[in-house]
Write a protein that binds this ligand. Structure first.
Ligand code: ADP
Ligand code: MG
Length: 400
């Protein structure tokens, strides 16, 4: 398999003329559904001011001069048209992440990812785009390399203040993304690169991101409660068959469900057609629940119906049914593990970490759990926003 990676690296280097003068591929660092990512050394970084720099003290990325971006607008991403910089003597090596996007991705989706990254340039805790180039159907994006650890290696050892610092960084990124009215849609540990040693993180992977309101149709969740009730009356009077919801009784409408299983917000599962940036907040909630319960993955459903059952098991039939109705869905089941009123998040966390119900929960952990309940609010309109989260007492623990 190692030779396979070597072959792929050869292919990439041969695909673009001048690649070897510009970058030295080091190793493969990621392979996902939509891309393969390599670590590489930027051989010419000193000779052209086209790269971003992270100031270690202020945590701010300083952008390259606008001129270099202007010449790389989406219309002129063609590698061949880039000026060929001449090599110069280097100081210390500078690393980049080269993201080779699979040729099977649609051109509009690739363009979307690059455009959104371009819009988000300069946003704290969002990994900037250095450049991108294309040769026929092959597109690669070049990002500053960000050193990070594998989530599975550190999440069990995080203290409550560690968690607050981690989340403060993630919410700083999300607040900027949401301020630009962009939904990330795929918040999960592998898309938030975090270095526990320096306690810095960056948000990556805008492959599924979209602008708010894109592909949107009115959903009853945005109606006045009285209007919604009147609209849903026929649904409520219909007789329901109890049992495992084998038949999907959700309306046969089409709603965006892009994202990763286990991290999808309830409104995504309920096919809400008017999804908002709040879907990202739910996903952060799942990350926090994972850390506090020391269980990864916390949710392990194979499909959306199973995912609803998992969430219903925690929140209980009653609250889940209310959440379903919000989007015009019915959710009735007689699965014995789904109680009428579910469990408390604190109870779940104590149980997952082998502590008894009577265990005295430390004040800072209680605060974390209270914050968790604000992120995992079933009703997106009541769920905390990224901006509000940064003001929450729990995330204030993450300020130096
Ligand atoms: P995909 O769409 O295939 O999931 P990502 O952008 O999420 O692509 O990148 C996949 C993986 O590559 C990440 O989980 C991370 O491990 C690694 N990676 C991506 N960008 C960087 C970066 N700038 N620095 C270091 N590693 C990165
Ligand atoms: Mg990813």
């Amino acid at each position: 398999d190692d030779s396979h990676i070597q072959q792929d690296m050869e292919k990439l280097q041969n695909c673009f003329s001048g690649f070897r003068q510009k970058y030295r591929l080091i190793k493969r660092i990621g392979e996902g559904t939509f891309s393969t990512v390599y670590k590489a050394e930027d051989l010419l970084y000193d000779s052209y001011d086209n790269s971003w720099d992270l100031d270690r003290d202020t945590e701010k990325w300083s952008p390259p001069p606008l001129r270099s971006f202007a010449s790389q607008s989406s219309a002129t991403l063609d590698y061949q048209s880039q000026p060929q910089p001449q090599p110069q003597r280097r100081r210390k090596p500078k690393y980049v992440a080269i993201k080779k996007i699979y040729v099977t991705s649609s051109p509009s989706r690739i363009l979307n990812e690059l455009e959104l990254l371009h819009d988000l340039r300069g946003c704290e805790s969002v990994c900037p785009l250095i450049t991108a180039f294309r040769w026929t159907d092959q597109v690669v994006a070049v990002l500053p390399y960000f050193r990070h650890a594998d989530f599975r290696d550190y999440f069990r050892n995080m203290t409550i203040p560690d968690i607050a610092i981690y989340l403060r960084s993630l919410f700083t990124a999300l607040a900027s993304v949401h301020r630009h009215r962009i939904l990330h849609r795929d918040i999960k540990p592998t898309n938030f690169l975090y270095d526990p040693a320096s306690r810095r993180g960056v948000l990556v992977d805008f492959g599924l991101a979209e602008r708010e309101g894109y592909d949107c149709k009115p959903c009853v969740c945005h109606d006045d409660p009285a209007v919604r009730k009147a609209r849903l009356r026929p649904l409520l009077s219909s007789t329901l068959k109890p049992g495992y919801p084998r038949e999907d009784t959700r309306p046969s409408r089409r709603a965006n469900r892009a994202g990763t299983r286990g991290f999808r917000a309830p409104e995504v599962l309920f096919k809400c057609t008017e999804q908002s940036t709040k879907i990202d907040i739910w996903s952060v909630g799942v990350i926090l629940l994972t850390i506090l319960s020391r269980r990864f993955p916390f949710f392990n459903s194979a499909d959306d119906i199973e995912a609803m059952i998992e969430i219903a098991t925690i929140f209980g039939q009653r609250r889940m049914q209310t959440a379903a109705l919000l989007h015009g869905c019915m959710l009735e089941t007689s699965i014995p593990t789904i109680g009428k009123s579910g469990f408390s998040l604190q109870g779940i966390i104590l149980w997952s970490t082998g502590r008894s119900e009577k265990h005295e929960v430390p004040a800072d952990e209680k605060l974390a759990i209270e914050f968790l309940s604000r992120c995992m609010e079933l009703d997106p309109s009541k769920r905390i926003s990224a901006e509000e989260a940064l003001e929450h007492e729990f995330l204030r623990l993450g300020m130096d």
